[in-house]
Design a binder for this molecule. Structure first.
Ligand code: FES
Length: 231
């Protein structure tokens, strides 16, 4: 079985930046829309999350087969003081996402307290539910796309509301120049093309463009050259 590092095609001592770059490349290669498969896509995502978590096991180095986490003294290549992937802080904000259609199909509500717990138990497809780390300088939409997700958009400039998400947990400030009325901001709606989470973590419901009332703010697709609406 391949190690998480082998799945991402990086060395076991790769830096955070190298892991992040490798993940972005591999997740695009593995996406079903780009010639990969759901299994491969999930494998890449799982490898990335494992490396970011405390459980990544580095493959043995120098032919030494003591890879069971018991640091045997003076070798500093895998000890707790070394560059252990488990100690790495993910750069950016961990974002959990849930697609609105997956939610609506099951009769769930955005306001359900246990919404993401129910989603975690529902064996949803990776396009419907999962998590990624949003880099500091990306909009949420850019971060989702870099992680192989195909979220709807049209203008990419705050003018159409097609990219709207519902912020369920966390902070995600909006710049001033956009189409959303105050009442929608108060209800947690954000435009993913313009804003990004600033809290330690965030949970969003994506693809909420068809929410009653919000749908009225959408501009016609013909207004924009490049659009992806997933209608
Ligand atoms: S894509 Fe139009 S507001 Fe974000």
């Amino acid at each position: 079985m391949e190690s998480p590092f082998e799945v991402l095609d990086v060395e076991s001592d790769a830096t955070d930046e190298e892991v992040e770059r490798a993940y972005r490349r591999r997740v695009l290669e593995a996406h079903p829309d780009h010639g990969g498969s759901t299994h491969e896509f999930q494998q890449v995502r799982s490898a990335y999350e494992t490396i970011l978590s405390e459980d990544a096991e580095a493959p043995e180095l120098n032919g030494d087969d003591s890879a069971d986490g018991e640091s045997d003294g003076d070798n500093d290549s895998d000890g707790e003081a070394g560059e252990d992937p488990a100690d790495r802080e993910p750069e950016g904000v961990r974002v959990e996402y849930l697609d609105y259609e997956a939610l609506a199909d099951r009769g769930w509500q955005i306001t359900d307290d246990d919404l993401f717990e129910k989603a975690a138990d529902a064996a949803l497809d990776v396009d419907e539910f999962g998590a990624f780390v949003a880099p500091p300088d990306d909009s949420l939409l850019e971060a989702a796309e870099e992680h192989g997700l195909r979220w709807p958009y049209a203008c990419r400039g705050g003018a159409c509301s097609n990219c709207a998400v519902a912020l369920v947990d966390g902070e995600m400030p909006m710049p001033n120049d956009h189409i959303l009325p105050e009442k929608w901001l108060d209800r947690g709606i954000r435009l993913s093309c313009l804003s990004a989470p600033t809290s330690d973590s965030a949970k969003v419901v994506s693809n909420v463009k068809h929410l009653p009332g919000l749908d009225d703010l959408r501009l016609p697709l013909s207004r924009f050259d490049k659009a992806r609406l997933n209608d």
